[in-house]
Ligand binder design. Structure first.
Ligand code: NAP
Length: 287
């Protein structure tokens, strides 16, 4: 298949391109080594997609700094909603399928059990609202669309939570980490493989794609330290109110994987197993 990946220089984008070794892949981004394409430029997006004629567009590019979205809402709307609108229009015009990466931040976090794909969204933040607007535009405009919601992403090739925890721990500094938010840490390499499987079937719709199981940020940090052979003596648990942030985050955003099961696709492995693979890979990169 010919596959166009937006956000190809990002944390997920680099692993996404690597997960498609047998396809003809074109990676675009506003930054990095990818072919330059600004998704907010409708003319450029239409021309590029009309010329490259992909079978599928994997739309990963976004304004992903959640706190910056809160303080720069116009940029968040322009990139996350407007940019997605442009990609959707070009996909519909060329009859390309489109997969849009969305987020657990579309939910308000008030549930007591994992959110399935058919649950009502109620985003709390600008980031969540703009990503959800992107979902709605994709749903309305692109006949052959997939929406893949993921959460708590970390990967070897980006600024990630585990990388920060390891750096601060090695500097011997105190680590204060939130213990009252629960979610599913998700390894970009696993997510990229899941996406590569989803697009082989014409089962269009919404998928939740996270590693299995859940934990708090504090439990995630503890696992990172222990699985790296580091001491957790400097790690302490705090509540969300103790961490200064302009963004209201869902307290509970565990996602149920109903669509993967219905589509007979394999479940993603437990987050702790994925973390161990990450730590090996990350250590190799750091050498
Ligand atoms: N990280 C998470 O925990 C998480 C959780 C759920 C869902 N997601 C979603 O997963 C996707 C990938 O996330 P990620 O963490 O890999 O993000 P990332 O590393 O920030 O990658 C996003 C890429 O999009 C690029 N971009 C920004 N504005 C653009 C524009 N106008 N035109 C073209 N490219 C543009 C970014 O460039 P710059 O770096 O120059 O801005 C960056 O290279 C996003 O759609 C995100 O919303 C992420």
């Amino acid at each position: 298949m010919k596959i166009l990946v937006t956000g190809a220089s990002g944390m997920l984008g680099q692993d996404m391109v690597s997960a498609l070794p047998d396809d003809e892949v074109v990676g675009v981004d506003i930054t990095g080594d990818s072919i330059p394409l600004d998704i907010t430029d409708l003319g450029a997006v239409r021309t590029f997609i009309a010329r490259s004629k992909p079978d599928v567009v994997l739309h990963l590019a976004a304004f992903t700094n959640v706190d910056a979205c809160q303080t720069e809402p116009e940029t968040a709307w322009r990139v996350n909603a407007g940019g997605t609108w442009n990609i959707a229009a070009a996909c519909q015009e060329t009859d390309a399928a489109m997969l849009y990466i969305s987020t657990d931040f579309v939910f308000d976090g008030r549930a007591a059990q994992p959110y399935d794909e058919f649950e009502r969204a109620n985003p709390l933040s600008v980031y969540g609202r703009t990503k959800y607007a992107g979902e709605e535009l994709v749903r309305q405009m692109v006949r052959k669309h997939y929406i893949a919601r993921t959460a708590w992403l970390y990967g070897p090739l980006g600024k990630s939570f585990p990388a920060t925890i390891l750096r601060v721990a090695r500097e011997g500094k105190p680590l204060r980490v939130i213990g009252d938010q629960e979610g599913s840490p998700t390894y970009t390499v696993d997510l990229a493989e899941a996406v590569a499987r989803i697009i082989r079937q014409p089962l269009y719709g919404v998928y939740h794609v996270t590693n299995s199981g859940s934990c708090s940020w504090h439990e995630f940090a503890r696992a990172i330290l222990l699985d790296s052979g580091l001491n957790d003596a400097n790690l302490s648990r705090i509540n969300s109110e103790e961490w200064p942030s302009p963004t209201k985050r869902p307290a509970y955003s565990v996602l149920e994987h109903r669509a993967l099961r219905l589509a007979n696709l394999p479940p993603m492995r437990p987050w702790r197993d994925a973390l161990q693979d990450f730590l090996v890979r990350y250590a190799e990169i750091q050498k």
